[in-house]
Design a protein around this ligand. Structure first.
Ligand code: ADP
Ligand code: MG
Length: 413
């Protein structure tokens, strides 16, 4: 069924059409109806399958026809998310899909001045996207009132738990009316999440899309056995061979991120880094440059592993394997989003073999091994030197030509 045929407002159909969303993804197909009907929903679907629009579309539709529009300091729908990046990203989806409606979306996040946010809240908002810290701050300052909130959405619920937001989830419930609709979206599910979820939903509709393989079918992923000290050569090779590709590289720590970036810089490859050491305005700038493709390489810690929707990432590289097996799924899930295809490589050193094993256990599958024969392996390491070597030769040639020209000129004189 196409979006055209849905019983949703024409204002929404129009923006969906502009976005190029013709038909719903699996999760959207299964979730939109039940959400519109007012059910609580517990949805688990792989990365990049369109979970955001799965709640944004029906929530916007419902809010358009709501009986009591928001009054001062009220929010009709609260979307709680674990990170600032996600808050910004989800607010953008609400605004884009809701472009032709009169609904107002407000994002509350820390790291920026609160004054502007308070102003935005003063007359009430239809949709509020919030990270817990700033939200509780404003509630305590009486600038925000969740008493009339009708819909609660917990997106990236699995990440909320990782970040230690269990208490925040439990606390926010106390500010919300008992009678509300709760929507729970997650890419992975474990017993802890189940317990929390069931604690706050009421007879939920459960939707789970292909739980057998947590990796989306749009992603081809390999493991390459590469020694720690050689990894940079392989990254360099990938970049050099695919100069147009957008590549997202995951490393273990922020120190590693900077180190890999310097190694790339030494061979004239420009890369950005993203980690907890960057402040909010830097982060926004970095994400924009990478999203817009101004810089094609982003080296990041797991800060970016979840939920972040970056258009057209061609390759994900696990330069270091993730310590949390679950994060493997989230990292590789940054490519192959929506209807696109993507490739992920994991560089695994001898020391990381036990981690690989844990990841494979988690996936319930072996990851295909990228065969690198010894010759290609040593060629790749030589590759850097060769490039430099030929640069040097080119330089010499240029110099020779210049000298020749000079002597010609002087002869003419
Ligand atoms: P998830 O939260 O499941 O990881 P997102 O909601 O971030 O995934 O969506 C992933 C990508 O898919 C986004 O770039 C989005 O624009 C695109 N997308 C979502 N729904 C559709 C659709 N119905 N048709 C085409 N593209 C879609
Ligand atoms: Mg998401």
């Amino acid at each position: 069924m196409k979006f055209e045929q849905y019983h949703i407002a024409t204002e929404l159909k129009r923006s969906l059409d502009e976005l190029g969303f013709k038909k719903p993804t699996d999760i959207q197909f299964k979730a939109i109806g039940p959400v519109l009907q007012g059910n609580d929903v517990l949805a688990v679907a792989q990365t990049g399958t369109g979970k955001t629009a799965a709640f944004v579309i029906p929530v916007l539709h419902k809010l358009m026809y709501i009986k009591n529009p928001p009054k001062q300091r009220e929010a009709k729908c609260l979307v709680m998310v674990p990170t600032r990046e996600l808050a910004i990203q989800i607010a953008k989806v609400f605004r884009t899909i809701g472009k032709y409606t009169k609904l107002k979306t407000t994002a509350l996040l820390g790291g920026v001045e609160q004054e502007h946010q308070i102003e935005q809240l003063a007359n009430g908002t239809d949709v509020l996207i919030a990270t817990p810290g700033r939200m509780f701050d404003l509630i305590y300052q009486k600038k925000l009132d969740l008493n009339k909130t009708e819909i609660l959405v917990l997106d990236e619920a699995d990440l909320m738990l990782d970040y230690g937001f269990i208490k925040d989830i439990q606390d926010v419930i106390k500010f919300l009316p008992d009678y509300r609709q709760t929507l729970f979206f997650s890419a992975t599910i474990n017993s802890e999440i189940k317990e929390i979820a069931y604690g706050i939903v009421r007879n939920p509709i459960r939707i789970q899309i292909s739980p057998q393989d947590p990796i989306s079918k749009n992603i081809t992923h390999f493991v390459a056995h590469i020694e720690m000290d050689d990894k940079r050569y392989f990254l360099e090779r990938l970049v050099t061979e695919h100069p147009e590709a957008k590549i997202l590289i995951f490393v273990r720590t922020k120190v590693r991120a900077e180190r890999v970036a310097s190694a790339m810089e030494r061979v004239q490859i420009k890369a950005l880094t993203m980690h907890s050491g960057k402040d909010q305005s830097e982060r926004a700038e970095i994400m924009d440059s990478f999203k817009n493709g101004i810089v094609k390489l982003l080296i990041t810690t797991d800060l970016n592993a979840r939920g972040v929707d970056i258009p057209n990432v061609d390759y994900v590289v696990n330069y270091d394997l993730p310590e949390e097996a679950e994060n493997y799924v989230h990292r590789v899930g940054r490519t192959g989003r929506g209807v696109q295809k993507g490739i992920a490589y994991s560089f695994c050193s001898k020391d990381e073999l036990p981690v690989l094993k844990t990841i494979e256990q988690y996936l319930g599958n072996k990851i295909n091994v990228l065969d690198i024969d010894p010759e290609t392996y040593s060629d790749t390491i030589l590759f850097t030197e060769e490039v430099n070597d030929s640069n040097w030769k080119a330089l010499l040639k240029e110099n020779e030509a210049l000298e020749a020209k000079k002597s010609k000129k002087s002869k003419k004189k």
